[in-house]
Design a protein around this ligand. Structure first.
Ligand SMILES: C[S@@+](CC[C@H](N)C(=O)[O-])C[C@H]1O[C@@H](n2cnc3c(N)ncnc32)[C@H](O)[C@@H]1O
Length: 369
């Protein structure tokens, strides 16, 4: 069965997710704010959940229609063949959001959608009552400018939950965003990579997984696998294929920080991710970083300066990035920070810069090539 699928993403990295999808062989992609749409069957649901590094989740789009009244919403939802996916005992949980629409009461929309789905299920299964004690089906009603989109989540815990991060420093990057930063930099294992403010090592770990062609979701499970319709053998095949795809590339990413505790955390996380052989963690203030190698890449997420007294630290560190850039022969520097005066303090306008969100914090990804 073919589905309309949506890979949801953080704002600002949709095109990176689209590039990943293209590399996996998907065509006819539609890129919109926070999502990339494509089509595929159950195997594609497995492949994209297991392989995509920068997407947040994979949704099945069930319907999209205009609704300006609760009646429109009810009828539009009722017309969908929910029973094609949801079994008799499916545990249906409806979430919602509404932006710039006549139907703005999200709790009301959620309960109307639930009512309409149950009504559709009554017709399909010819029964009046559903126990809902089976596997989970998370349905979302998203309304944007009166256009309703109904989806079912196939992922479960968000795709950033790779399973390797048990601990982190104070302000860790989301794994999906860290992977996006590495992909945007076009780093490959032939170049020396360094994160000079590595914290719990998310950038280095995601880069190592990219360098080794390790699928980020290979060691975790997804909610669609728990559905009775799931082809368990096929999911295992996709995982097996991913495990075989790991390459023999040898490289060493440098990850340094001044905090011993976060460095230990980073080492533990790298161990769990299976990439500890490819990352050298080191206690080192960034202004002491040096390398004789040419053409390397620094990707870093320095402190944000949100805590008291950190503002000067942020300024000092931004200056140090500028110094590293001028001291290192032919290196590129990539820094994600919400610091508005970064370029001024760095001492040079970035060659490229991209607005990104780390959680709710608006940041810029400054790129000195
Ligand atoms: C925002 S955190 C990095 C988080 C990291 N990306 C992660 O995912 O865990 C910033 C890090 O910079 C480190 N740091 C602060 N000043 C530094 C300096 N002068 N040299 C090296 N590291 C520094 C802090 O110890 C902290 O771990």
């Amino acid at each position: 069965m073919d589905y309309n699928l949506i890979a949801t993403t953080t704002f600002g990295i949709e095109v990176i997710t689209a590039k990943e999808l293209k590399a996996l062989g998907y065509e006819d992609l539609k890129v919109e704010d926070g999502k990339v749409s494509f089509t595929g069957d159950e195997m594609d649901i497995a492949i994209t959940n297991i392989w995509l590094r920068t997407a947040d989740r994979i949704l099945i789009k069930m319907a999209s229609f205009k609704a300006e009244s609760f009646e429109d919403l009810f009828q539009g939802t009722l017309a969908v063949n929910w029973g094609d996916i949801i079994p008799e005992n499916g545990n249906m949980h409806v979430t919602g959001k509404s932006i710039k629409s006549k139907l703005f009461s999200v709790p009301d929309c959620q309960s109307i959608v639930k009512k309409a789905i149950v009504q559709a299920m009554k017709k399909k299964y010819n029964k009046e009552w559903f126990s809902e004690d089976g596997p989970e089906y998370k349905i979302e009603v998203a309304i944007l400018k009166d256009i309703v989109t109904l989806t079912i989540d196939t992922t479960g815990a968000g795709l950033h939950k790779r399973g390797y991060r048990k601990n982190s420093g104070g302000a860790p990057l989301k794994e999906t965003l860290a992977a996006a930063l590495v992909l945007i930099s076009n780093w490959n294992p032939s170049k020396q990579l360094a994160d000079v403010c590595c914290g719990s090592g998310t950038i280095a770990i995601e880069a190592a997984m990219i360098g080794k062609n390790m699928a980020p979701g290979v060691n975790r499970s997804f909610v669609a696998e728990t559905w009775p319709s799931a082809d368990k053998e096929m999911w295992e095949q996709v995982r097996e294929g991913a495990r075989k795809g790991v390459n023999k590339e040898q490289f060493r990413i440098l990850a340094s920080d001044i905090d011993s505790w976060v460095l230990r955390t980073g080492k533990d996380n790298a161990e769990k991710a299976g990439v500890s052989d490819y990352i050298a963690f080191q206690k080192l203030p960034m202004n002491e970083f040096s390398s004789k190698k040419k053409g390397g890449v620094i990707i870093s997420n320095p402190p944000y300066g949100e805590r008291m007294g950190e503002a000067e630290v942020v300024e000092e560190i931004s200056k140090e990035f500028g110094q590293l850039y001028s001291n290192l022969d032919d290196w590129s520097v990539f820094v994600i920070t919400p610091f508005k005066d970064f370029q001024k303090v760095f001492g040079k306008k970035a060659d490229k810069n991209r607005k990104l969100y780390n959680g709710r914090i608006q940041c810029y990804y400054y790129q000195y090539l």
